[in-house]
Design a protein around this ligand. Structure first.
Ligand code: GAR
Length: 183
């Protein structure tokens, strides 16, 4: 379980936090479904094995079977989703059941899905935050492993809130992944 595969789609700041704070796991592979993801560049520059193939237009389960085989080839035991903006097929979730974790920018079960910060501000919430959870076939609904609360300030915008929640994500995710691979 200690060989981790990280799946990204973009910037990869959480991937970077996971790489830089790996204690009880090692990052075996970084996968992106977007070949131009900036996070891939960083991973390559840091000597990490990477794999990418554009998922656009691909048949969902067929694509996921390829990803699964690539992860198996690297003897990955645990998958960490880090800004992976693609819903995994039921086949993939079953194949890796209990071994996929995700970081989500809200205090689950509030605000599953997208635009979490705008929705929290619009609702008049006083507290936002982030959650790390186990991935199941229901979107953003698996067991929550841990959360960090971030206060919503007067005059908050989705962009300003995103910045502060992101810092909380970078601290929370490595801490919980280090624990998770040991359980
Ligand atoms: C993070 O805020 C992460 O929580 C969120 O996307 C961002 C990725 O940033 N994930 C989701 O919304 C998952 N549905 P990063 O690429 O810099 O880690």
């Amino acid at each position: 379980p200690r060989r981790v595969g990280i799946l990204i789609s973009g910037r990869g700041s959480n991937m970077r936090a996971l790489v830089e704070n790996a204690i009880s796991y090692e990052v075996a592979l970084v996968v992106s479904n977007k070949p131009r993801a900036p996070g891939l560049e960083w991973a390559r520059a840091h000597g990490l094995p990477t794999w990418s193939q554009d998922s656009k237009g691909a048949e969902k389960e067929a694509y996921d079977r390829v990803v699964s085989a690539v992860l198996d080839e690297q003897s990955v035991g645990t998958i960490a989703l880090a800004g992976f903006m693609r819903i995994l097929s039921p086949w993939f979730v079953e194949e890796w059941r209990g071994r996929i974790v995700n970081i989500h920018p809200s205090l689950l079960p509030k605000y599953r899905g997208l635009d979490t910060h705008a929705r929290a501000i619009d609702a008049g919430d006083k507290i936002a935050g982030c959650s790390v959870h186990i991935v199941t076939d229901e979107l953003d609904a698996g067991e929550v492993l841990g959360q960090t609360e971030v206060p919503i300030e007067p005059g908050e915008t989705p962009a300003s809130l995103e910045q502060r929640v992101l810092l909380a994500e970078h601290a929370l995710y490595p801490r919980l992944l280090n624990e998770f691979v040991c359980r």
